[in-house]
Design a protein around this ligand. Structure first.
Ligand code: BES
Ligand code: ZN
Ligand code: MG
Length: 269
């Protein structure tokens, strides 16, 4: 709720930014049952925050940013261990960096169109929470078997990524504190970058080097995708212990087939 208010506040300050916050009912009408399943256990309502910066021509395709906005990640019914759980208030860092980027773009008055979508939810255990083994239908129509409620970032992002198709984007970049595995792979110094378009990925790698906010590419290959097989749904939401950052990105890749896309896993950085 606070994130949504901040986004609306940002929009008020700039002529060419507009902001709309979709509530749970509007998301249900759109079929975003995968995103909504993450917030089921929380007293806080889930939100889809849509921010539009129009600095370019009216008919110019926008670049789109998508942020993971888990305002607290307890793990849900697959509860995280107590030690370190306090840190999981930072599980909205993707959303925060998207908001900050939109602010910077507006200050710089960039001559382009940039849209942002924040998938906001709180991942809590309760009697209403999603249970391991539940199957949900995404906005895309694909079904997902939620084997681990702690792999919730990809569940909110997949519906946000389907939502942005309507903008006919020039490129889509999502940013998320998505996996502990990226910390194992790259530590706290370097973000993981993956995607379906080498041009977008190369631009991000170069921008990271220029700004000393480094990223390193990990491979998304067909052979990893079989780790997401489910007996009950189109996809499982976890791919086992190996290559956890890659299988998370593979999951997202099923929802980004119609545009140029890159994904930043910033769990370590
Ligand atoms: N928010 C976490 C990822 C995370 C972990 C960020 C540690 C920063 C530090 C994410 O939602 C998560 O819990 N991921 C699980 C996925 C697993 C269940 C497949 C993880 O990384 O353990
Ligand atoms: Zn999380
Ligand atoms: Mg989690």
């Amino acid at each position: 709720t606070y994130l949504g208010q901040e986004a609306l506040e940002l929009a008020k300050g700039y002529e060419n930014i507009s902001c709309e916050v979709l509530d749970e009912e509007e998301m249900a009408d759109l079929g975003m049952h995968c995103l909504l399943s993450v917030g089921n256990g929380s007293a806080q309502p889930s939100q889809l925050i849509v921010i539009k910066y129009n600095g370019g021509e009216a008919d110019e395709q926008p670049h789109v940013l998508v942020g993971k906005g888990i305002t607290f990640d307890t793990g849900g019914i697959a509860l995280k261990p107590g030690a370190g759980m306090d840190e999981m208030k930072f599980d909205m860092c993707g959303a925060a960096s998207v908001l900050g980027t939109m602010h910077a773009i507006a200050e710089m008055e960039l001559p382009m169109n940039v849209y942002a979508v924040i998938a906001a939810a709180e991942n809590m255990p309760s009697d209403r929470a999603t249970k391991p083994g539940d199957v949900v239908t995404t906005m895309s129509g694909k079904t997902v078997e939620i084997l681990n409620t702690d792999a919730e970032g990809r569940l909110v992002l997949c519906d946000a990524l389907t939502y942005v198709e309507r903008f006919n984007p020039k490129s889509v970049i999502d940013i998320a504190t998505l996996t502990g595995a990226v910390i194992v792979a790259l530590g706290h110094q370097t973000a993981g970058v993956m995607g379906n378009d080498q041009g977008v990925i190369d631009d991000l790698l170069a921008a990271g080097d220029t700004s000393l906010d480094h990223a390193w590419q990990l491979p998304i290959k067909e052979t990893y995708k079989k780790q997401l097989k489910s007996s009950f749904a189109d996809l499982a939401n976890i791919g086992g212990p190996s290559a956890g950052s890659i299988t998370a990105a593979c999951f997202l890749s099923y929802f980004t087939e119609d545009f140029r896309w890159a994904h930043l896993d910033i769990a370590g950085t």
